[in-house]
Design a protein around this ligand. Structure first.
Ligand SMILES: [Zn+2]
Length: 288
């Protein structure tokens, strides 16, 4: 068997590849071993996922939502209270026994709060947004795109050969795996629902109210006879990211949105948000 990124023989690879990082709560969506070789798996973890999860948006998102890393840790959340001169750091322990500790750096500011000189403590909830033009995010989305195609095709006769010899994927493969060429690969990012919005979701044969941690699917847009643009659409806690798998161009998606009343492709098959389309169990069980 060959790796879908570097195309080297991967038969002795031991690790399974998580399409969405484990530290973003993914335990279900994995590719079987050998689909992505150990070397590529390790590279993605060090050069794409770790830097991504260190970005303030993802770090604070994981903190606020108590999303544990694969080692069971919840990253500290950095909070800039309005009027304070330095950030406060909110530490959370593991889910079992919720406990929060606020590490205050601007003593002066909090002294005024405690003594009543200052009467309001404004918490700037959701002040940070994911970056709209960031190479790590683009490469992260590209990695999901290449891997989600493999996930779709796995099991079909000759799928590996079809995926690996598909020249249309080589530009993105190289961009993700080798960080070349030095071009910008634009993506679309916008908010499609609130971070803690709840949905009626079929779960364990029941309909339950749950919030969605992440979801992803493809949008295939016909642009000519037998010619399709393929977009990978990923939503993480209500933020939708879309990247064109075939080339560094996003204008086709922006046009598609205009023609489709800005609906998210993730909700295309349903006319309301009652039933988000989930590729599998891609949600964080929330409160009822
Ligand atoms: Zn590889």
């Amino acid at each position: 068997m060959k790796c879908i990124f570097c195309k080297h023989v991967s038969d002795d690879s031991k690790s399974v590849e998580h399409i969405i990082p484990e530290s973003l709560g993914n335990t279900k969506n994995v590719l079987p071993r050998c689909v992505v070789c150990d070397k590529c798996n390790n590279y993605f973890s060090r050069k794409i996922e770790q830097p991504l999860l260190e970005q303030l948006f993802f770090k604070n998102l994981r903190g606020r939502n108590w999303i544990e890393s694969k080692k069971g840790k919840i990253p500290p959340e950095e909070i800039m209270y309005i009027g304070a001169k330095e950030k406060a750091i909110l530490h959370r322990n593991e889910k079992g026994t919720p406990k929060m500790i606020l590490d205050i750096h601007d003593q002066n500011f909090f002294q005024k709060i405690f003594t009543g000189q200052k009467k309001e403590l404004i918490f700037p909830f959701e002040i940070e947004r994911p970056e709209a033009n960031n190479r790590t995010i683009a490469r992260f989305l590209g990695k999901i795109g290449v891997e989600a195609l493999a996930q779709k095709w796995v099991g079909h006769v000759g799928w590996e050969e079809y995926h690996i010899s598909h020249e249309g994927l080589d530009l993105l493969r190289n961009y993700v795996r080798y960080n070349t060429p030095n071009i910008e690969w634009p993506y679309s990012v916008r908010k499609i629902y609130g971070e803690n919005e709840q949905f009626r979701i079929s779960h364990n044969d029941n309909q339950e109210n749950l919030d969605v941690l992440y979801e992803y699917d493809f949008l295939m847009e016909q642009v000519g006879i037998d010619l399709y643009e393929t977009y990978i659409c990923v939503a993480i806690k209500g933020y939708e990211f879309v990247l064109n798998v075939a080339g560094p161009e996003i204008s086709g998606y922006i046009d598609w949105l205009k023609r489709n009343n800005n609906i998210s492709p993730l909700y295309l098959k349903k006319n309301n948000k009652e039933n988000p389309i989930l590729p599998s169990d891609n949600f964080l069980p929330g409160q009822k």
